[in-house]
Design a protein around this ligand. Structure first.
Ligand SMILES: NC(=O)c1ccc[n+]([C@@H]2O[C@H](COP(=O)([O-])OP(=O)(O)OC[C@H]3O[C@@H](n4cnc5c(N)ncnc54)[C@H](OP(=O)(O)O)[C@@H]3O)[C@@H](O)[C@H]2O)c1
Length: 324
């Protein structure tokens, strides 16, 4: 049996139920994985609430790390006892043990702990594709990262610094601003108090930044467009404050021939080769010490509802784990 979180209807944190599910032996192409640490991500709240539709009833959670407890027929490259991690689903990470397509798992190098992997796989591979694929950040790039003290922010900021960028971060409180500076931000704007687009203009001598990474969505979309240089790029990759409302594409012309993209991690790790490229890039920056697992909240698996409530109330910083 495996203690697991299930959702039968969309709603608040209270719709997550703890159930004891029977465990099947792994089928063809599958591994059975005993979790040691489970990554919490803001996307989990969208899937629970119904902002992102999932077929119900459903498990919860897209990211975890642990050890292989059984190997299904036809699987090569994995053995019982291997330390592995995965990110991007399928849903069901909020559990003690589960079945997983072997194609989604990567073996952990000796220098990456299971806790670090659970904290970093999803957020770190996201930071990788945002910085290397969506907009290639180079020495001289000036970027704006919203929620810089959050999970993805705590990974993307030091990585962007290592690539030679000037990083402007936003943060929801003075304490978070301190964490964003510690992560490497050159400048931090308290966007609940200040007009962040006006501050960005001041910090860039009036020109605006090359790229904005915006995962806040509804509340920041307009200001993010106003923070860009002519022909700059808005990367809208999340909706922590709600979905971006519909708008006329001509707005992008009026604001300076801007580029807008709305990417997802799953489309950047869709093949085995892409997954390995992303994971290896992440493992390299962990090994070099550029990216560290900033695990600042740990919750027992049984307290997943409290974890969601705190995440949605903007009370978390860095990465959060559920521990089975
Ligand atoms: N597209 C992709 O591939 C992809 C992959 C991973 C994550 N994401 C997105 O990236 C974002 C960050 O994910 P994460 O798991 O690392 O979460 P997180 O950054 O740890 O938490 C979200 C943060 O957003 C900020 N925020 C601003 N307005 C908010 C509001 N009204 N309600 C709640 N939070 C608000 C808060 O920071 P402040 O208090 O500092 O404002 C909050 O801590 C999420 O939007 C997530 O969906 C997208």
């Amino acid at each position: 049996m495996s203690l697991s979180v299930r959702v039968e209807q969309h709603g608040g944190p209270e719709v997550m139920q703890l159930v004891d599910l029977p465990l099947q032996p792994p089928g063809a192409g599958q591994l059975r994985v005993r979790h040691q640490a489970i990554g919490l991500n803001f996307i989990d709240t969208y899937q629970r609430a119904g902002l992102y539709k999932v077929a119900l009833p459903s498990g919860m959670g897209s990211e975890a790390a642990g050890t292989v407890s059984a190997v299904g027929p036809g699987v090569s490259g994995f053995a019982v006892g291997d330390r592995i991690a995965y990110a991007g689903g399928p849903l069901g990470a909020y559990s003690e043990e589960r079945l997983l397509p072997a194609a989604n798992a990567v073996k952990l190098p000796a220098n990456v702990s299971v806790e670090a992997a659970a904290a970093l796989m999803l957020k770190g591979m996201t930071a990788w594709y945002l910085l290397h694929r969506t907009f290639p950040v180079r020495p001289g790039t000036t970027l704006l990262m919203h929620a810089a003290a959050g999970g993805v922010g705590s990974v993307l900021v030091p990585w962007a610094k290592q690539l030679g960028a000037t990083v402007i971060g936003t943060a929801g409180s003075a304490e978070k601003a301190g964490l964003a500076r510690e992560a490497g931000c050159d400048h931090v704007i308290l966007y609940r108090e200040q007009d962040f687009a006006a501050e960005v203009r001041k910090l860039t001598g009036g020109s605006g930044v090359d790229v904005v990474y915006d995962s806040v969505g509804k509340d920041t979309f307009a200001g993010s467009l106003d923070s860009l240089r002519r022909r700059g790029t808005l990367v809208s990759f999340g909706n922590a404050s709600g979905k971006v409302p519909p708008f006329e594409p001509v707005l992008l012309a009026e604001k300076g021939s801007l580029f807008l993209t709305r990417p997802r991690l799953v489309d950047h790790i869709a093949t085995r080769a892409e997954l390995e490229t992303a994971a290896n890039a992440l493992f390299a920056v962990i090994a070099s010490g550029v990216v560290k697992p900033e695990i600042r909240q740990r919750y027992p698996l049984r307290e997943a509802a409290r974890a969601h409530a705190e995440m949605e109330a903007r009370q978390t910083t860095g990465a959060s784990l559920l521990l089975p």
